[in-house]
Write a protein that binds this ligand. Structure first.
Ligand SMILES: [Zn+2]
Ligand SMILES: [Zn+2]
Length: 108
């Protein structure tokens, strides 16, 4: 990645805001990559925002890719992701509605 000259940003606050947003975005991408990079059921990967983590253990809570969820440490996130499968919004809804016919894939 080419290094940007940060001095071109007149407004430092604006620059910091961008830096934080970029870091969150990177972390989100990292989480998705770690989870397999695409929906485990249908292979969807067009929009990272439409992907979320489904907990294999129903007693545990699902978590999405919201910026709030990204505040925890990467190490903690990895442990959570290990217990989850990455799915798109459509497949996720189907899993919870108990109508997905790809259940065998979910425990892979
Ligand atoms: Zn899907
Ligand atoms: Zn779920």
């Amino acid at each position: 990645m080419p290094k940007k000259d940060t001095r071109t940003y007149a407004d430092r606050a604006e620059y910091l805001k961008r830096a934080v947003a970029k870091r969150r975005k990177t972390l989100r991408q990292k989480a998705v990559d770690y989870g397999g990079g695409k929906c485990r059921v249908c292979g969807y990967k067009k929009c990272i925002g439409a992907l979320s983590f489904h907990h294999k253990d129903p007693s545990q809570k699902d978590f999405g890719l919201s910026t709030r969820g990204m505040t925890r440490s990467w190490e903690k996130m990895q442990k959570e992701i290990d217990k989850c499968i990455l799915v798109c919004a459509n497949c996720h809804a189907e899993i919870h509605a108990d109508i997905t016919n790809n259940k065998n894939k979910l425990n892979a």
